[in-house]
Design a protein around this ligand. Structure first.
Ligand code: HEM
Length: 154
């Protein structure tokens, strides 16, 4: 497939990759010197494959971080942008969401599931303007989904 990205898009993508490589290399160094924080990145980089015993090479880790960057950034950015737009269009709902949020203080993030109006509003937003409207897959080997045969290439 031809890749019709604009030149400056490719330049930006390269910059992002250089930045991620720098961050990943710094973390790898911190792991080796025993100063790395015990967070998700460290866990991913130090957990060995149970079959091969290998951990990720720098390049593989850069791919993982790049996926998180893309998957976690564009999606939530798009959802939040539409949320703000729709809240501006429907101020009565903006009021309800604001009122509901007053019950939580900043250290009660774990109680976020109690915000039922906010949850419903957010679900409505991603239903109307889904950050990922659909995913397409092609079967690379014969497969069975429940009682259906999935052929190669379908
Ligand atoms: C509104 C926000 C989000 C939406 C709508 C969304 C949507 C999706 C969808 C539809 C998939 C499945 C893709 C598939 O079928 O293979 C997916 C996978 C994934 N998402 Fe999200 N996502 C969101 C937020 C995030 C955030 C915040 C992160 C990370 C910080 C993230 C990381 C990932 C990753 C790593 C995968 C791949 C999982 C795997 O196949 O191993 N997503 N997301």
């Amino acid at each position: 497939m031809p890749c019709l990205f604009r030149r400056d898009t490719k330049v930006s993508a390269r910059k992002i990759r250089v930045l991620i490589t720098q961050l990943t290399t710094e973390r790898m160094d911190a792991i080796h010197t025993g100063t790395a924080p015990d967070d998700l990145a460290t866990k991913i980089m130090t957990t060995a494959d149970p079959e091969t015993g290998e951990t990720f090479e720098i390049e593989e880790m850069v791919d993982q971080v790049a996926i998180f960057f893309l998957a976690g950034h564009e999606t939530s950015g798009s959802a939040l942008a539409w949320a703000l737009y729709l809240m501006a269009c429907y101020p009565e709902w903006q009021e309800k969401v604001t009122d509901e949020a007053q019950v939580l203080t900043s250290d009660q993030f774990g109680l976020i599931f109690k915000l039922r109006i906010s949850r419903d509003v957010f679900r409505g937003i991603i239903r109307l303007y889904p950050p990922v409207p659909m995913m397409v897959r092609e079967a690379s080997c014969p497969e069975q989904f429940r009682d259906r045969e999935v052929k190669v290439g379908s």
